[in-house]
Write a protein that binds this ligand. Structure first.
Ligand code: HEM
Length: 202
């Protein structure tokens, strides 16, 4: 079966034949898979919580909250590796309505860049903290092992790399959320509803 064909087979016959349905594992030209949809919102919740905790920690440091931040980052990483692989190896569903092709290219590039950033930023944060000799503690007294030994120069480099990545990431995320709001409130199409699970006819 080609990737463009839907793998969600729903075959309902008037003669009363049994309805066959198969779970759609991968995205295709016709729609997002339920796995993409669930993981998209899990990642969105994790990222927005991480940003909120980072802001709270910059106002008043709190070691318990820092452990929660480490835990969220630890959950985010493997989910993001899967999502980046899934995003780059399956078709992105066709855009809704008659959008400007440049906007489609920009929005898809931003979405893929966000997925890549979700893989690279946790690695940069992990290397930066390890090189700075900071233990990465999780709630319950668990620790994430350090991949490298403390080194001040390496810590500075990883910290700069993290900041270089984090700034365009936040800008890209703002652009992404702006695009979703524009589709929903101005263009009044079903792009956001499709990402919330609505089956949309193309
Ligand atoms: C409130 C926050 C967010 C909203 C409202 C939102 C909305 C959307 C919508 C409507 C789509 C579907 C676009 C289409 O039809 O092509 C989408 C796709 C996507 N979004 Fe978001 N998004 C949010 C947060 C995030 C975050 C935090 C990330 C990652 C850091 C992200 C990454 C992606 C990616 C990679 C896609 C492409 C589909 C996929 O592979 O999951 N989004 N988003």
């Amino acid at each position: 079966m080609s990737k463009l064909q839907t793998s969600y087979v729903s075959d309902s016959r008037s003669d009363g034949e049994r309805v066959k349905s198969r779970f759609q594992v991968r995205d295709n030209g016709l729609g997002f898979s339920p796995i993409t949809i669930v993981l998209h919102w899990v990642v969105a919740a994790l990222v927005l919580s991480i940003i909120a905790i980072e802001i709270a920690l910059s106002v008043s440091p709190n070691s318990e909250l820092a452990k929660v931040l480490n835990l969220l980052g630890t959950i985010l990483f493997p989910v993001s590796v899967y999502r980046f692989w899934a995003r780059t190896t399956s078709y992105h569903p066709l855009p809704l309505g008659t959008p400007n092709p440049v906007e489609v290219m920009v929005s898809r590039s931003v979405a893929t860049a966000l997925a890549l950033a979700m893989v690279l930023l946790p690695i940069a944060a992990w290397l930066s903290k390890s090189a700075a000799g900071l233990p990465i503690e999780l709630p319950g007294g668990l620790f994430i092992p350090a991949p490298i030994s403390p080194d001040r120069q390496a810590a500075r480099i990883f910290d700069v790399l993290f900041k270089i990545g984090a700034t365009p990431f936040v800008i890209g995320l703002a652009l992404h959320i702006f695009g979703a709001c524009k589709n929903h409130f101005v263009l009044k199409n079903d792009a956001l509803k499709r990402m919330l699970g609505k089956r949309v006819e193309l």
